[in-house]
Write a protein that binds this ligand. Structure first.
Ligand code: GTP
Ligand code: MG
Length: 345
């Protein structure tokens, strides 16, 4: 099943109903006067957040959301009925953008949150409204206003607790397949993972947490190289970025060099997000999540080489690194415990 995390929709709110031109005509009431009622408001298009949906799959074929038009006003000063609002559920975590301006319209973060994305047009005034002392028989009424019409983009950020990042072939998908029931595609060529995959990890007495396996990053990803860096948006709302670095002898650069490449790409991504947010005057995005660095595939090298890599890494970066092997399971439990504790804190 393809994971759909973006949808572009045309939203059309209802046109306001026409105002009515009418005159009171009754026996024994000569010159009853204008009594045309106002038209009803057009329906709004409203989105509502729900925990019962987890993808934007529903919008794969539903490309247009249109609300009902307002009803016409009637004689006897009767106001037309409002068009029915169209209320459409979206998963919690959906962010709605105006597709033309790229401005954030609504950020759905809680269950039940609602927001109008297109306002229904106002109903036209009926002729009764236009009566003045000098114009006692207006023979006109307003047409209703048009409903708002726009193109919106929905983006769903996976609500994972942990995002797996790193170079292609680092062993990210393999790790997810070992610690959860998820079965992502695994292969010994780069860019095996082309879209995010989620897995739920249940370890010991820690509360279960969700891990997102993301496509690999390469130098220049922020300029669109490889799979690009747009997948980092899924890591944005995670609480931990698990940065995986393969120590396989097949690698052509040192673990430290590969670490630096990814750090640079992540930094570029956050800088671009920040600039976009400031440019629009919206609130800046959340800070980069906490990072846990992992050396993977340690079964492929000897203990002395590994010790050297770890020493170089910790000395230079002054951060901790956890050496693991998904093949033998070495240190996998230690790492999960560490993640569980970091999330519970
Ligand atoms: N020996 C050994 N091989 C591993 C280990 N983890 C992963 N591999 C192998 O490394 C290759 C790449 O693994 P993937 O899990 O697909 O790597 P990835 O990081 O998801 O790669 P992309 O999706 O392309 O970014 C596969 O051939 C795996 O079998 C490990 O701990 N030990
Ligand atoms: Mg993969």
């Amino acid at each position: 099943m393809k994971f759909i995390d973006e949808a572009i929709l045309e939203v059309i709110a209802g046109h306001g109903g026409k105002g009515c031109v009418s005159f009171r005509r009754e026996k024994y009431v000569p010159r009853g006067g204008p009594d045309g009622g106002n038209g009803g408001r057009g329906g709004h298009v409203i989105l509502t957040a729900t925990h019962n949906m987890s993808t934007l799959m529903d919008f794969r074929y539903k490309k247009e959301l249109a609300a009902e038009v307002g009803h016409k006003g009637m004689g006897g000063q009767c106001e037309g009925r409002c068009g029915m609002d169209l209320v459409v559920p979206v998963p919690v975590g959906t962010v709605v953008y105006d597709n033309e301006t790229n401005e954030i319209m609504i950020d759905f973060t809680i269950d039940g949150q609602q927001g109008i994305i297109a306002k229904g047009g106002r109903g036209g005034k009926g002729n009764a409204f236009f009566v003045t002392s000098t114009r006692q028989t207006p023979r006109f009424a307003q047409a209703g206003e048009e409903g708002e019409k726009k193109t919106v983009r929905l983006e769903l950020k996976l609500l994972a607790d942990v995002g797996l990042i790193g170079c292609p072939n680092a062993g990210k998908s393999t790790f997810l397949s070992v610690v959860s029931k998820a079965r992502p595609k695994i292969a010994d060529y780069p860019f095996t993972t082309v879209e995010p995959c989620l897995g739920v990890v249940q370890y010991g007495d820690c509360s279960p947490f969700v891990v997102a396996d993301l496509p690999g990053l390469i130098e220049g990803a922020h300029e669109g190289r490889g799979m690009g860096d747009r997948f980092l948006k899924h890591a944005e709302r995670t609480r931990i970025m698990l940065h995986m670095i393969s120590v396989s002898p097949e690698e052509e650069t040192t673990p430290l060099e590969r670490y630096a490449v990814i750090k640079k790409e992540v930094a570029s991504y956050y800088r671009a997000r920040e600039q976009a947010a400031t440019g629009l005057g919206t609130e800046t995005t959340a800070a980069c999540p906490r990072e846990i660095v992992v050396f993977s595939k340690i079964d492929l090298i000897d203990a002395a080489t590994l010790a050297e890599f770890v020493r170089d890494f910790t000395r230079t970066t002054r951060s901790e690194v956890v050496p693991v092997s998904s093949a033998t399971g070495k240190n996998v439990a230690v790492l999960l415990k560490m993640i569980g504790q970091a999330l519970n804190r």
